[in-house]
Design a binder for this molecule. Structure first.
Ligand code: ATP
Length: 234
């Protein structure tokens, strides 16, 4: 579904990504783990067109997207939920969700997706009229994921969905991520909480200083001695 072939991404003269290659198949949850500053966010931004790579190729559903504008990439079914959530704080929960469907005209299907989201996150149904900015951190994360789902993405990119949240909420969010995946959405997520991310994923990539240093099934990474020492706190 997504093939990243040897991309290099720069901030000015700083080479943040060095020959990164990643493959994601339809139906998978794939985790990208690594320390602060390893280049995880830059990888997602390179895919979604926010910080396009200087060299290398990215193919999504058979089409090259490394030079495509972010809005075109979204329209192809690839949606990025950024770190820090970025919901619209003044708009209500419902209005935030409607913004996620702004490219769509299929009213009946939009209504169906709203019902699906409200069943995934009943708390959002309760808070539908409340301003997004007044929600708790966990609820804002749920809203950010939900808003992305309103665009019916084929591939969802999630940047640190656990950031700053309490353990109980994190567990809930990851259960829902798995549920979203089971209903057909492919997921690529980045996390500093490697243990949690790998437990929910099929496969993983480890990133250090802008390079992929290891890739394997999630189970193998969880039992890998180097990964345990560096990222799992074991
Ligand atoms: P974090 O978990 O802290 O977000 P990360 O693994 O996502 O870390 P990136 O944010 O992708 O890492 O950063 C990779 C490298 O690029 C870092 O060295 C960072 O300082 C640098 N970098 C990131 N954004 C910019 C920017 N806008 N301008 C210049 N350098 C940047």
């Amino acid at each position: 579904m997504l093939t990243i072939e040897s991309i290099n991404t720069y901030y000015g003269n700083i080479r943040a990504l060095k020959n990164i290659s990643i493959d994601i198949a339809q139906g998978e949850i794939v985790a990208l783990i690594g320390a602060n500053g390893a280049g995880k966010t830059t990888t997602l931004k390179s895919i979604s067109g926010i910080t396009p790579p200087r060299t290398g190729r990215i193919r999504f559903m058979g089409k090259e997207i490394q030079n495509a504008a972010p809005e075109k990439i979204v329209a192809m079914g690839l949606c990025h939920v950024p770190e820090g959530r970025h919901i619209f704080p003044q708009l209500s929960v419902m209005e935030n969700l409607e913004m996620g469907a702004f490219l769509r005209r299929d009213k009946a299907e939009i209504k169906k997706d709203l019902d699906y989201i409200m069943s995934l996150f009943p708390i959002l149904a309760q808070r539908r009229k409340q301003a997004g900015g007044t929600l708790s951190g966990g609820e804002q994360q749920m809203l950010a994921i939900s808003r992305a789902l309103m665009g019916r993405p084929k591939l969802l990119l999630l940047d640190e969905p656990s950031l700053g949240l309490a353990p109980l909420i994190i567990r809930q969010i990851f259960e829902i991520i798995e549920q979203i995946n089971r209903s057909g959405t492919t997921i690529f997520l980045i996390e500093q909480n490697a243990n949690l991310a790998l437990k929910s994923s099929h496969r993983g990539y480890v990133m250090e200083n802008g390079e992929i240093t290891l890739t394997d099934t999630a189970d193998k990474l969880l039992s890998n001695e180097d990964v345990k020492k560096a990222y799992l706190g074991i």
